[in-house]
Design a protein around this ligand. Structure first.
Ligand code: HEM
Length: 142
C-alpha cells in the first residue's frame, strides 16, 4: 500500500500543477469557470496533503523511523522530506484553500495572488529529479 500511495503522491502532483496553472490563467483572464477549477484543485491538493501527512507519520522516512544517529536538521535528506517539503507544501495548500474561498465570489485579484504564491512554493519544495540528494523521478517507477 505504501508504494501505491507514494506513486499516487508522485503522479497527482501533475494534476495539481495542471489545475493550478489553469486556475492562474482563469484568474488573470477573469473567467467564471475558475469556480469549478479551483474546487477540483482544492480537492487534489487536499488529497496530496493527506497522503503527505501519512508519509511523515507512517511512511518509510516517517519521523518515528529516523535512525538514532541522524540529526534531522543537519541531514539534507531528512531535513528536506520531514521539514522543508511538508512545511512549504502545507503553506501552498493553505493558499490554494484560501484562493478557493475567494474564487467562489469571483474575487479575481486575491485569487491570482494566492495561486501564484502557492505555485512558487510548490516549485521550490518539489523534489525535482535534477536536485542533488533529494531528487525523485518525473513519474512513478522511472
Ligand atoms: C501539493 C503538495 C505536494 C506535492 C506537489 C508533493 C510532491 C511530492 C513528490 C513529487 C514526491 C516524490 C514522490 C516519489 O518519490 O515518487 C514527494 C514525496 C514526499 N512528500 Fe510530498 N508533495 C506535496 C505535499 C506533501 C505534504 C503536505 C507532505 C507532508 C505533510 C508531504 C510529504 C512527503 C514525503 C514524506 C515524501 C517522501 C516519501 C517517501 O519517499 O517515502 N508532501 N512529494
Amino acid at each position: 500500500m505504501e508504494t501505491g500511495l507514494l506513486h499516487l503522491h508522485n503522479v497527482l502532483r501533475w494534476v495539481v500543477m495542471l489545475l493550478l496553472l489553469l486556475s492562474i490563467f482563469q484568474a488573470f483572464t477573469k473567467k467564471e469557470s475558475i469556480r469549478s477549477t479551483s474546487l477540483f484543485l482544492m480537492i487534489a491538493a487536499h488529497t496530496m496533503l493527506l497522503i503527505g501527512l501519512y508519509q511523515i507519520i507512517g511512511g518509510r522516512y516517517a519521523w518515528g523511523n529516523v535512525p538514532a544517529e541522524v540529526s534531522v536538521m543537519k541531514d539534507k535528506f531528512y531535513r528536506f522530506y520531514l521539514v522543508e517539503h511538508p512545511l512549504l507544501m502545507i503553506l501552498a495548500v493553505t493558499c490554494i484553500t484560501w484562493a478557493r474561498s475567494k474564487a467562489k465570489n469571483l474575487s479575481y485579484k486575491p485569487v491570482s495572488y494566492a495561486l501564484v504564491a502557492s505555485l512558487l512554493m510548490i516549485l521550490a519544495a518539489m523534489p525535482w529529479p535534477f536536485r542533488e540528494v533529494i531528487g525523485r523521478p518525473w513519474f512513478p517507477g522511472m
